[in-house]
Design a protein. Structure first.
Ligand code: ZN
Ligand code: MN
Length: 494
């Protein structure tokens, strides 16, 4: 345990690899497929055969530019490709093509929600590179290599060490995953290893007016948000304890480390001392031309990014009055969010649409195990239903029934409401007649409402239900409530 009296501050910078959703690999025409037969999506380029020449994938460059722009990064007008040398069986070329000193995206920032409000995390860089293959250790006595993944485009995003806790690291990863999914550039599935997180963690310890900084540990290849949070928390405690055991455990004195996360034990384990850049012998790839990014392309990408998920969620909560959970659900699937906004633009009253979208449309989609965009009801008709509900042409119960009918029939909701007899009757004489009929047929409830304070509320509710039943759902519930109350108080005075 860390001494409670000790004042400590966690410092985290994140490196994140995002696998881009492109049709083909970064430098060859092989398809990017997650579950193909091992070594079936390979060619001389991604196998690193001598003399094979790489060609840049434009789709991957554009997807990266989109993310870089969404992260408020400066976009380089000219970048180049570098070879990062290392030897692994899953990397037959013995180098990875990456971007060393001229990344596609330069300094930027990304805003994340934290317990203390929105926090801005600076982005150091975003660059494009290729993935390695996979070593598979499930056969005793040997390791198998699948090179289908070798050459898949990866976007690497590096933050400044602005993240101050395990919870903030968690939040950053969640938001970034939402962003890349929202932009449509990555499936961003954790299960498929399409996003991998590497927190660089150290701790500032304050004691007796002195500050001590521990060496940095980079925890490699985390593939869940939970493991990011757990690994950062674990590293904080481990590093403070290591410093307490040996005061020379300090940044600049003891080496930085690469560590692996052992999820079963809930600990990080030492892997090796951390490489410095010169260990990789970076040099420009002589097989690839530098990449020149046209100003027009950058401009068109920047204008194509409208409202990002965090801002959109905030708007839905603050302006429409949705709960955070409902706003998350809508914004989590971009076509759903676009449909919602299209219904707003089509003139739907925001308050009614907000409730109806969640309680009616999303529920109907959920019942059918599909998305709300698959219901076959367009924004204009959703707006029309919200509008006639707001006006009181139909009541809430009738609107629910109408929505279900709209799934099968293309007429306007107002037309359907007339045909199905769902138009709300607000005529007081007609409503009074229904109330009178309900009272006459529910003597027990009327007695309870008048004589038993305990049962009064339930009895009044029963009477309301009777009126709605007798009116076949056409009565205005508000008017019904008023008339019942009036009739009861008249009866009580007798
Ligand atoms: Zn290939
Ligand atoms: Mn990398």
């Amino acid at each position: 345990m860390v001494e409670p009296a000790l004042e400590t501050q966690t410092i985290v910078g994140l490196e994140i690899h995002v696998q881009l959703k492109t049709a083909t690999k970064m430098f060859c025409g092989c398809p990017v497929k997650y579950d193909a037969e091992p070594n079936s999506c390979v060619c001389p380029v991604c196998l690193g055969h001598p003399g094979a020449l790489p060609v840049i994938n434009r789709q991957a460059v554009e997807a990266s530019l989109l993310v870089a722009a969404a992260l408020n990064c400066e976009i380089a007008s000219r970048t180049k490709w570098d070879r990062k040398s290392y030897y692994y069986p899953d990397m037959p070329k013995n180098y990875q093509i990456s971007q060393y000193d001229q990344p596609l995206g330069g300094p930027g920032f990304f805003e994340i929600p934290t317990a203390a409000g929105t926090k801005r995390i600076r982005i150091r860089r975003a660059h494009l590179e290729e993935d390695a293959g996979k070593n598979i250790h499930d056969t005793p006595g040997c390791t198998l290599v699948d090179l289908n993944r070798a050459g898949t485009p990866l976007l690497e995003i590096v933050t400044e060490p602005d993240i101050a806790s395990a919870d903030e690291a968690y939040s950053f990863c969640v938001e970034l995953q939402r962003l890349v999914a929202y932009l449509g550039v990555s499936e961003a599935s954790m299960q498929k290893g399409q996003m991998r997180f590497e927190p660089n963690v150290n701790v500032v310890i304050r004691q007796d007016g002195h500050e001590h900084k521990t060496p940095i540990s980079e925890v490699k290849n985390l593939n869940s948000f939970r493991s990011v949070r757990n690994a950062v928390n674990y590293e904080h405690d481990r590093q403070v304890i290591a410093w307490q055991a040996d005061p020379r455990y300090l940044f600049g004195e003891a080496p930085n480390e690469n560590r692996g996360w052992n999820d079963d034990k809930g600990v990080t384990e030492f892997q090796r001392g951390k490489e410095a850049a010169h260990d990789y012998r970076y040099f420009p790839d002589p097989d690839l031309v530098p990449l020149v990014v046209a100003d027009e392309l950058v401009r068109s990408i920047q204008t194509s990014i409208s409202e990002l998920p965090l801002a959109r969620r905030k708007r839905l909560c603050e302006e429409i009055g949705l709960t955070t959970k409902d706003a998350d659900t809508i914004v989590g699937h971009r076509p759903t969010a676009d449909l919602f906004d299209a219904a707003l633009s089509a003139g739907a009253p925001p308050d009614v649409l907000g409730k109806q979208f969640v309680n009616v449309w999303l529920r109907l989609a959920n019942d059918r195990h599909g998305e709300v965009t698959d219901l076959g009801v367009d924004a204009a008709r959703m707006a029309a239903l919200a509008t006639i509900t707001k006006r009181g042409t139909v009541n809430k119960t009738a609107a629910n029934r109408l929505a279900e009918t709209m799934l099968d029939r293309a007429e306007s909701p107002e037309h359907l409401a007339k045909e199905l007899g769902l138009i709300q009757v607000r005529d007081s004489a007609a409503t009074q007649a229904w109330v009178d009929e309900a009272f006459a047929g529910s003597e027990q409830a009327v007695r309870d409402a008048l004589t038993s304070p305990k049962k009064a509320k339930k009895a009044a509710g029963f009477l309301r239900g009777q009126v709605m039943r007798i009116s076949q759902g056409q009565a205005d519930p508000n008017l019904v409530g008023q008339l019942i109350e009036k009739k009861l108080s008249e009866a009580a005075q007798k």
